[in-house]
Design a binder for this molecule. Structure first.
Ligand code: AMP
Length: 444
């Protein structure tokens, strides 16, 4: 830690929307990721990895108006490249490239950072982690239901209260504009307007549709339909009648009926999923069922988004491979966990600090800390200069290390170690051979 004499000091700073994490935050983040890895693997998803940087042409032309948020630049060889915007488009490219090495239906999960030049604000960063599960090579609603179910299981595994997975269908949305009597080329603008219903309200959505040239009458009919409320089964039956004769709509209704029935079969808690006819999801690549996970409190926006994207892989392959999946955003989830205190505050990684009585006993303490580590206990030795026990215990306290091991000349002679439980200041002398088990017992 020397001063770097003579060189100009560089002001330490980081880019807007990018974050550093302190160990306490990282322990919490990793805990969530580890829990989810376990959940994803319980549902049969295998991990994969793709690069952070892709050829720019891989990323463009697939997500719609938010494409402007893709970070791009020329690499050292003058090639146009971009930072991945999500994990779905790289997956589609990956499937097209490795099709012959994979067996379908193929289930993968991927937990990794993505980049968007978004306007930073609460819950909105420029680098953030997504946790994606996808099923490639199945067009069955069973796959959609399973993608939703793994989400519900993931959110339940971290004790997230009051979350709801909203479910809708792109084909239903697509046929809304036909039903309402709008022009076919207005369908996309209508879907984009409806997507903002929760944010800007019915009047705002109506204004936006009118601005895009949708007639008064068509806008009213669209709004009436997307505002239908009730049990999914009843609303779908109602829609089936209203949208009679529209093949696309009927297909969407069939898919949704099956998804809701499979979710019931899997025992999904009905308070955790619902039909939401206004859910559109901004991304252009969705073709079938679409999902979004939200919490009521705190107001943090969506926790995750997903859906079926049967055409995306075909953009790389020339031949369509159906796919469905969903993505949970780690940052907002961790924000909610912290805000609601859903998981115990992260503790230090080490369960025990081995102190140093004096320089002549450094070797004895090193031997002990290594014994504890071999016994499966995360353990560290005091690395500061002080040989005062009080100072060493203060350090353990500040770090949140629950147990301190004291090894003085008497303990060395007796073959024991003194363990102090910091929370209660209780001390107990235990035989060396029992130290690892005793630390684990005292550290809870
Ligand atoms: P999307 O890929 O846009 O469907 O987003 C999926 C999930 O990623 C969202 O539900 C959020 O949880 C998360 N997310 C999207 N954008 C951001 C952002 N700028 N910062 C943090 N999380 C985000």
């Amino acid at each position: 830690m020397s001063g770097g004499a003579g060189s100009a000091r560089v002001k330490p700073r980081i880019l807007q929307g990018m974050r550093d994490f302190l160990p306490g935050q990282m322990i919490l983040r990793q805990r969530v990721m580890d829990t989810w890895r376990g959940v994803f693997e319980r549902y049969g998803f295998a991990p994969i990895e793709t690069p952070t940087i892709e050829y720019l042409e891989i990323l463009t032309g697939k997500i719609g108006e938010d494409e402007k948020l893709i970070y791009h630049f020329e690499d050292h060889g003058g090639r146009p490249v971009g930072l991945r915007y999500d994990l779905t488009i790289p997956l589609a490219r990956y499937i097209a490239l490795h099709r012959r090495e994979l067996n379908f239906p193929f289930k993968r999960y991927h937990i990794a950072p993505v980049f968007r030049a978004d306007r930073p604000q609460r819950g909105r960063y420029r680098q953030f982690w997504q946790c994606d599960v996808d099923i490639v090579g199945s067009s069955s609603p069973v796959a959609d239901a399973e993608a939703i179910m793994v989400w519900i299981a993931a959110l339940e595994s971290i004790h997230m209260p009051n979350f709801v997975v909203q479910i809708n269908h792109r084909k239903l949305l697509q046929s809304l504009s036909t039903y309402a009597g709008a022009q076919p080329e207005q369908a996309q603008s209508i879907i984009r307007a409806i997507d903002k219903l929760a944010k800007i309200g019915a009047a705002g959505v109506e204004d936006e549709m009118l601005r895009h040239g949708v007639s008064d009458e068509a806008a009213r009919r669209v709004l009436e339909l997307v505002s239908l409320q009730g049990r999914p089964h009843d609303v779908l039956a109602d829609l089936r009648e209203r949208l009679a004769g529209l093949d696309e709509a009927q297909q969407g209704i069939n898919d949704l009926e099956q998804i809701f029935s499979y979710l019931r079969d899997m025992g999904a808690d009905p308070s955790h999923y619902t039909l939401d006819l206004a859910l559109a999801r901004g991304l252009d690549y969705y073709t079938g069922p679409v999902f979004e996970a939200v919490v009521e409190e705190p107001k943090i926006g969506s926790l995750g988004g997903g859906g079926r994207y049967d055409g995306l892989i075909g953009m790389f392959l020339g031949e369509e491979i159906p796919a469905t999946g969903c993505s949970l955003g780690l940052e907002r989830i961790v924000d909610v966990i912290e805000e609601l205190g859903l998981l115990p505050q992260p503790e230090a990684v080490s369960k025990v600090l081995v102190t140093i009585f004096g320089d002549e006993l450094i070797g004895a303490s090193l031997a002990l800390v290594e014994e504890l580590r071999r016994g499966g206990v995360p353990a560290e030795i005091y690395l500061g200069e002080s040989r005062q026990l009080r100072r060493q215990m203060e350090y353990a306290n500040k770090r949140g290390i629950p147990v301190v091991a004291i090894l003085g000349p008497d303990e060395v002679t007796n073959g024991t170690v003194m363990l102090r439980r910091m929370a209660t200041s209780e001390q107990e002398a235990v035989p060396r051979g029992d130290a690892a088990a005793a630390v684990l017992r005292l550290a809870v």
